[in-house]
Design a protein around this ligand. Structure first.
Ligand code: ADP
Ligand code: MG
Length: 572
């Protein structure tokens, strides 16, 4: 069959025009796309060779090779993957049906990308990304096991392409990019290295390149010969680390490897506190390694804190800042998620709403919370270290993650009137050791243990031997608003509204006493009320104090003193 010229489908041409003419800010991603296709193609032949050894043609030395030819101005990406025959080239290249670009086209219509070219930079467009940097692309390919049917495809991206039979000795695909004049930087070794490192470091096949170095001429013993000049030696170097450690079985990964990987992705110099490595199957397929750091980063409470979970799709790097992967209250978690379900060309905007990402998030959050629960049970000391660093952030979850509220509640720890300094009680333990007569869970909020401990509100609780939780973290104010009750016991602030501490009999007795006292002290009370009328809402006789003469009480629905302090400090 001779050479045929075909027209691109209208949609493909539209896409190409956009790619070529729009301000595509992130041009380097073309290499990511082509390496990813090469890696997919190797995946395929590798998989199929399990049932048909002949496909290997004696070559199972999987490799993606890059050739930069400065004289010709070409960059070639060559793989020994499955390859394509004529029909497959016609079907896959030059149509929109097959490729991940479908996604792109969908959002093109939806979001009117044609009018907003700056948005396009956030997309990958698969094979067509080649045309961002090249004004001519030649693809030569030969399918595994079909030695006589090589195929050559060529296009300049303006309307049409040619396709013809050709000979190709080796299995796989070569893509030759004739780089545009202003894109010659992509022939530089350092540039190529950096891009491969950035986007394809964990591709599980070696991405290699011939590197030529001038070295001084040496004698037989390896000693440099003075005045002997230099000699060029060329070696094939592997540019990626291929360390997709999350794809390896847990049992084969050493502690050191987990640590090194943590340091690599987190830029933390310390060891992680704990590592969670797991894979999910079923509705959502992904692998994840996530770490609990051992200390909090300086910017944990700053608004633009970068979340630490990197997203990969089939071992290809997508982003290190996928907001949607974890809720805010787990923003301290570092790690990587590698999904098998997402398209490579997924954009940031799409990620925010993607159902697959939501599924991953749900699974990930569940796993992290159950790991924490287990750690709390079995390795309390480690849990405590975690809690002292990240407890205040985790608590935000009680407020914001309704679905997991109960699980998070059980992770909370508080000092209390019955713990020593620096020792904690959980809500569960608190309820377990409540005396029969106690009906509610009591807490007091404040700036520090010392300040709440000495509060006059505490007196009656000490007398009754009721435990009071010390909530001394600013975020606790929000926690208690969200929890309301635990195991059907209401959480009750001891400095807000009325407290029901007495039994029925005690109540009647107290009521009688109070009436009497009210009469007796009516004069004093109204005097105080008049004197303080600018400062307080009401002056009441109270049974809550046993040693102090008076105290300030907030209204049940009002802000308490601590909350007022917090809001003031936030300038509200
Ligand atoms: P996607 O990778 O999302 O499918 P692309 O535009 O990157 O979209 O590629 C389109 C199709 O072309 C691929 O699905 C694959 O069938 C084929 N293809 C591209 N590159 C190669 C390659 N190096 N080897 C074999 N097939 C390839
Ligand atoms: Mg692709």
């Amino acid at each position: 069959m001779g050479k045929t010229t075909k027209k691109f489908e209208t949609e493909v041409q539209q896409l190409l025009d956009l790619v070529i003419h729009s301000l595509y800010s992130n041009k380097e991603i073309f290499l990511r796309e082509l390496i990813s296709n090469a890696s997919d193609a190797i995946d395929k032949v590798r998989f199929e060779s399990h049932s048909n050894m002949e496909l290997l043609e004696g070559n199972a030395d999987w490799k993606i090779k890059l050739y930069a030819d400065k004289e010709a101005g070409t960059l070639t990406i060559s793989d020994n993957g499955i390859g394509m025959n004529m029909d497959e080239v016609a079907e896959n290249i030059g149509t929109i049906a097959k490729s991940g670009t479908k996604n792109f086209m969908a959002s093109l219509k939806e979001k009117n990308l044609a009018d907003n070219p700056e948005l396009i930079g956030q997309f990958g467009v698969g094979f067509y990304a080649s045309f961002m940097v090249a004004d001519k692309v030649i693809l030569t390919t030969r399918k595994a096991g079909e030695k006589q049917f090589g195929c050559r495809w060529e296009s300049t991206g303006d309307g049409s392409y040619t396709i013809e039979e050709c000979e190709k000795e080796t299995r796989g695909t070569d893509i030759v990019l004739h780089l545009k004049d202003e894109m010659k930087e992509f022939l530089e070794e350092w540039r190529i290295r950096a891009i491969v490192k950035k986007y394809s470091d964990y591709v599980q096949y070696p991405v290699v390149m011939d590197v030529t170095r001038s070295e001084p001429v040496k004698d037989q013993d390896g000693k440099v010969i003075e005045g002997g000049g230099t000699i060029d030696t060329t070696t094939e170097e592997t540019l990626n680390s291929m360390k997709a450690i999350w794809t390896r079985p847990k049992s084969e990964i050493t502690e050191e490897e987990y640590e090194e990987f943590y340091k690599h992705i987190s830029h933390d110099y310390d060891k992680p506190l704990s590592t969670i490595h797991y894979s999910a199957e079923g509705v959502s397929e992904f692998k994840a390694i996530v770490y609990l750091p051992s200390h909090k980063p300086y910017d944990l409470f700053l608004r633009d804190h970068k979340k630490g979970v990197h997203l990969y799709v089939k071992r290809v790097y997508i982003t290190d800042n996928c907001e949607a992967l974890l809720p805010d209250y787990l923003r301290f978690i570092k790690g990587v998620v590698d999904s098998s379900d997402l398209p490579l060309n997924v954009s940031r905007e799409i990620l925010q709403e993607d159902v697959q990402i939501k599924r991953i998030q749900k699974s990930l959050v569940g796993k992290i919370l159950s790991t924490l629960a287990e750690m709390k049970e079995k390795d309390f000391d480690t849990y405590l270290k975690f809690y002292e660093e990240f407890g205040p952030v985790l608590k935000e979850g009680v407020h914001f993650d309704f679905a997991n509220r109960e699980k998070i509640q059980d992770l909370l720890l508080y000092e209390s009137s019955k713990t020593e300094n620096g020792k904690y009680v959980s809500l569960k333990e608190y309820v377990e050791r409540m005396p029969e007569a106690q009906k509610e869970i009591y807490f007091i909020t404040g700036m520090s243990r010392a300040s709440v401990e000495n509060s006059p509100y505490m007196e009656v609780f000490r007398k009754k031997d009721f435990e009071v939780l010390y909530m001394t973290d600013p975020v606790d104010e929000w926690v208690v608003q969200a929890i309301h009750q635990y195991q059907e016991k209401h959480l009750k602030a001891i400095d807000r509204g009325d407290l029901e501490l007495e039994s029925e009999e005690e109540k009647k007795e107290a009521e009688a006493k109070k009436e009497e006292a009210k009469k007796e002290y009516a004069g004093v009370i109204s005097f105080i009320q008049d004197t303080l009328k600018e400062q307080v809402k009401e002056v009441r006789l109270s049974s809550r104090l046993t040693e102090s003469a008076c105290c300030l009480v907030a209204e049940e629905m009002g802000l308490n003193a601590n909350m007022e302090k917090i809001l003031k400090s936030m300038n509200q």
